[in-house]
Design a protein. Structure first.
Lengths: 331, 695
């Protein structure tokens, strides 16, 4: 019985809050009710009024009425603390399924005479914005499935200034997030043979310098700080020896092309296959500098030629994210 | 100082500020305890220590309750309640951890403010407590602003704003909220008031003489009498035990005394400050009186020309009355009951008694009458007054009568020191009359008044306290005799008397006394208005207000309707104000940029396909997009790109300084500049397109 009502309610709410990337709170989309603190305050004022009646003190009456007036006027003030505020969604980072995407929201009070304080975005994020300025909040959105994801309905609420009323508004951003396929935590190495032998290339083309143990060597002037392996160097630092750094291999030979093919992942479900490919792609991009690799992607219906770089990776992952089986594959 | 420390200290400071006036009327241990707890909590906040364990607080609570029990012998009643609220608030501050605890402290703070009004409703208290409310609201606001380090001045402004917004509602409710009587009675505490008492032992009035607080104010309707000739009749003391004058339980003043009205009547309105007396110190000769304010104080009972209220209460009374200054007070023929008023304790003041007999014999001799014949009472009165006038009797506030001589104080005064003030003279005079067999009694009250130059009210201070004698004269009734007035001016010593403003220090003494007096008159006139308009505002004022608003026969229903109407009006006013504010805000809103950006997108879409995603909200998006699209740029394209950056600067560049928003018209400027810029961009885009087509 409740189902149709809930559905109707949701539909009505959705109609009231059309999706937009830029929302200004107005009289029409701010809601307000007394908060728990407000009820307690009202009770306290009532007790004060009773005491004033009993003691027949006009100043006590005045106190009760002043507090009552302040309480009631805080309804306007709390409502006004949301009204006029503009929320803008900035471009969001992409993320893999199973991860959190960080969405950046701008609170815009440039046109306002009063700052907006004590705001709570999405039930847990406290934020505020001074009059005449913009502040930025980042929201983590859990990504479940690959492909386009619509952002959930967010609630922004405030009890400022006195905490006696709770005003809130809903916001359904229009922007959609493209979610990349999930990453596998422990993927097998991609089968070799389709491209050049990776191991051999690595041995042939890298020139480990001053290595004591694999890639680790002593720190030299010019080494970046983030290459220092602080934990391993702890004992060396005690004896005033230079810390250890992760050595970088310098490649000299021309880049090797590498193809990641749909067929390499046979035997898995479609989503698992996409995940596997995505993991390999990310891995390849990470090792790109070390191995001087180029990589390409071949999936049914699409082929992306070999290249490298973040934009190329994003293109590949976008393709995976949006891929759906062509009719011939569906049998 | 961390944010939390500062907020905690602020709350503690406001609580201390609100409690401070209680220091005068709470038991010492509770003051010490409250101050100790607040200082302890402040120390915890400053040094970032941990709060005392709950166990300790329970011990403290038990100690507090037992101390209260020991002090008052009860845990009920008004004063006990106030002590408990003060102590509980400070104890609560010792477990001030979460926001909820702070809320409890703040609400208790509001109750502390309320308890102050039980003791004083003066303007100073009102202002003090208004600041207290403001401070507590600041704490409330700080609790709602968890981020950053909000300055006290900005929260203070917000708090003042909230109070200002609440003000109209407060005024409407104050004016029209129905005033009900007390809902239940609280055990009345014994009033500890300065002012007249209903007994007199020698030396009492002297402490009053330097008390310059106002006892009552009188507004005469009609020809005002000469202020120095005014006597305000208080307790009638007709019983003496050798030390203390008291009123007989069924005293002569309580008998039905015949009053013969003489001369013209005079109507007046008296505002009497709270006293511990049941008798009202009205103008001598008052034959009609009724309480105008507050109605709930009940009716007055009349006994002769003395007026009594039902019970002494901490209430300021306004009484409308009529007096016949030249009244005569009976009984006019000798009655047996009058003989009671010649009684004098046998062993008391033997020397004075002996002196009286000798003096009477001398008086007889001086009048050439035979020994044993009678003297009339007026002759005795005149003779005695003459004696005071001619002999070396002095008026002084420090008569030097030792306490050891208490039982024989009259002897010592009349025969030895011969110096004293009104009550010495009155008491000796009445004693002498009684010793000579004439019915007499002491009357206490006030004499004289000061006329406030601002509002013309007669101000009677406690320093006007006076005692005089009443002597019964056959066929004339009770005659007022003021023996103190018989002292010639050159024998009046005012050294013990504080002159007004005598307590002012050094350089201030140079200030013109008249100017000071004028300022005091002004202040007291304002204070009286405060009493009249704010503190005494009651149900009948509401009704007369309604009448002036056009209601013919105002009643409770009319009051309720007016209240509802006023509230609705307030609500509508608020809504209207919101509407206009909101509209103005929209005009200056950044929503104005949306159409501009759409226009920009339209103009630039001719150069390159728009960037993916939603329509760009910033010109920089287009800037980056075009740059990517073109790869290399020529001079025209470069100009266009720079304009785009300028556009963003206009929109976002100065946004760090909110000051420009103070003046709304200045806010429009970047928008207008942006429109000009946009036109230029459109032209530049056209130029770029033409070049593209040509090449």
């Amino acid at each position: 019985m409740t189902m149709p009502w809930t559905k109707l309610w949701e539909q009505w709410l959705a109609r009231r809050t059309p999706r937009t990337d830029r929302l200004q709170f107005t009289q029409r989309n701010v809601y307000i009710v007394p908060s728990m603190g407000g009820w307690v305050y009202a009770a306290a004022v009532l007790v004060l009024l009773l005491a004033a009646i009993n003691e027949q003190l006009n100043l006590a009456y005045a106190l009760a009425f002043l507090l009552g007036g302040v309480g009631l006027s805080s309804m306007s003030l709390t409502h006004g603390n949301l009204r006029g505020l503009v929320l803008t969604l900035s471009a969001s980072e992409r993320a893999h399924a199973g991860q959190n995407a960080r969405v950046t929201v701008q609170l815009d009070a440039q046109h306002l005479q009063q700052g907006r304080y004590g705001l709570i975005l999405n039930e847990q994020l406290p934020c505020e914005v001074e009059a005449g300025s913009i502040s930025t909040v980042q929201i983590n959105v859990a990504c479940k499935n690959r492909g386009w994801m619509t952002l959930p309905r967010w609630r922004i609420q405030t009890t400022y200034p006195l905490g006696l009323f709770r005003a809130w508004g809903y916001w359904r951003p229009a922007q959609r997030l493209l979610i990349w396929p999930a990453l596998e935590s422990n993927p097998p190495m991609p089968p070799t043979g389709t491209g050049t032998d990776e191991k051999k290339a690595l041995q042939a083309n890298t020139r480990p310098t001053d290595t004591n143990d694999d890639d680790i060597r002593a720190w030299r002037r010019g080494d970046a700080l983030h290459d220092v392996m602080w934990k391993k160097s702890a004992s060396r630092l005690m004896t005033e020896q230079p810390p250890l750094v992760r050595g970088r291999q310098v490649t000299t030979s021309p880049p090797q092309s590498h193809w990641f093919d749909w067929e390499m992942t046979s035997g898995l479900s479609t989503e698992a296959r996409l995940s596997r490919l995505a993991t390999w792609l990310v891995d390849a991009e990470q090792k790109r500098v070390a191995l001087n690799n180029l990589y390409g992607l071949r999936i049914p219906g699409t082929e992306i030629p070999c290249s490298a770089g973040p934009a190329h990776l994003a293109l590949c992952l976008d393709t995976l994210a949006l891929w759906s089986a062509p009719p011939s594959q569906r049998s | 100082m961390t944010r939390e420390t500062r907020d905690t200290l602020w709350l503690l400071g406001v609580l201390a500020f609100v409690m401070a006036p209680h220091a005068w009327h709470l038991p010492w241990w509770s003051i010490v305890g409250a101050a100790g707890a607040l200082i302890w909590r402040a120390k915890v906040a400053i040094q970032d220590q941990s709060l005392p364990p709950r166990r300790w607080l329970i011990y403290l609570l038990i100690a507090l309750l037992s101390m209260t029990w020991l002090t008052y012998g009860t845990l009920m009643g008004r004063e006990v309640g106030i002590t408990l609220v003060v102590m509980l608030t400070t104890l609560k501050s010792l477990e001030l951890k979460a926001r909820r605890d702070a809320l409890v402290c703040m609400y208790l703070g509001f109750f502390l403010i309320f308890t102050q009004f039980i003791f004083s409703q003066s303007m100073a208290t009102a202002l003090h407590m208004l600041i207290g409310v403001w401070g507590l609201l600041i704490s409330l606001i700080l609790g709602q602003r968890p981020l950053g380090y909000p300055s006290l001045s900005s929260t203070g402004k917000q708090s003042a704003r909230a109070m200002l917004w609440g003000l109209p509602l407060m005024v409407v409710l104050f004016l029209f909220f129905p005033r009900l009587g007390p809902l239940w009675a609280l055990p009345a505490d014994a009033a500890q008031r300065t002012g007249l008492s209903d007994t007199m032992s020698l030396g009492d009035v002297a402490s009053l003489v330097n008390d310059r607080s106002i006892a009552m104010r009188v507004k005469f309707l009609g020809n005002p009498p000469w202020p120095d000739a005014l006597y305000f009749r208080g307790p009638v003391l007709d019983q003496f035990d050798g030390k203390i004058w008291t009123s007989r339980p069924k005293s002569s003043a309580h008998m039905d005394e015949a009053v013969k009205l003489q001369g013209a009547s005079l109507n007046y309105l008296a505002t009497i400050e709270p006293t511990g007396l049941k008798i009202l110190t009205l103008v001598d000769g008052t034959t009609q009186a009724r309480i105008v304010h507050p109605i709930s104080a009940g009716n007055l009972t009349q006994q002769g020309i003395n007026w009594f209220r039902e019970s002494p209460k901490e209430q300021r009374l306004q009484v409308q009355a009529q007096t016949y200054l030249a009244r005569q007070l009976g009984p006019f023929s000798d009655e047996p009951s009058l003989r009671l008023l010649t009684a004098f304790p046998a062993g008391s003041s033997p020397a004075t008694r002996q002196w009286a007999m000798q003096w009477r014999a001398q008086l007889l001799k001086s009048k050439n009458r035979p020994e044993g014949s009678a003297l009339t009472t007026p002759e005795l009165i005149d003779g005695l007054l003459d004696y005071i006038r001619t002999q070396n009797y002095r008026y002084t506030l420090s008569p030097g009568i030792s306490a050891a001589a208490n039982g024989q104080a009259i002897d010592q005064f009349w025969l030895t020191t011969r110096s004293g003030f009104c009550e010495h003279y009155a008491s000796a005079f009445v004693a002498l009359m009684r010793m000579m067999g004439v019915p007499a009694r002491v009357v206490m009250g006030y004499r004289g008044a000061e006329v406030n130059s601002v509002d013309g009210l007669y101000v009677i201070r406690n320093s006007n306290a006076h005692a005089w004698a009443e002597v019964w004269v056959a066929s004339k009734g009770w005659q007022r005799v003021d023996p103190t007035a018989a002292i010639p001016p050159h024998r009046i010593d005012v050294s013990g008397l504080d002159l007004p403003f005598a307590d002012l220090a050094g350089p201030l003494k140079m200030v013109d006394m008249d100017a000071l007096r004028a300022w005091r008159a002004r202040w007291e006139a304002v204070d009286h208005k405060w009493n009249e308009w704010v503190l005494q505002y009651a149900n009948d004022d509401q009704m007369s207000l309604l009448k002036s608003m056009g209601w013919k026969n105002p009643d409770w229903l009319a009051l309720g309707r007016t209240l509802a109407g006023a509230l609705i009006l307030l609500g509508c006013g608020n809504a209207l104000m919101m509407y206009f504010f909101h509209r103005r805000r929209l005009i200056h809103s950044s929503t104005q940029w949306t159409p501009l950006m759409q226009r920009l997108s339209q103009a630039l879409a001719t150069l390159a396909p728009p960037p993916p995603g939603a329509s760009p909200t910033a010109a920089s998006t287009w800037h980056d997009h075009l740059l990517r699209h073109w790869g290399t740029v020529n001079s025209d394209q470069q100009a266009l790109l720079e304009s785009l950056i300028d556009l963003d600067k206009l929109r976002y560049g100065q946004s760090e300084s909110p000051k420009r928003l103070k003046q709304p018209q200045r806010h429009l400027q970047p928008l207008q500049m942006a429109i000009t810029l946009l036109k230029r961009i459109e032209a530049q885009a056209k130029a770029c397109r033409l070049i593209n087509e040509n090449s």
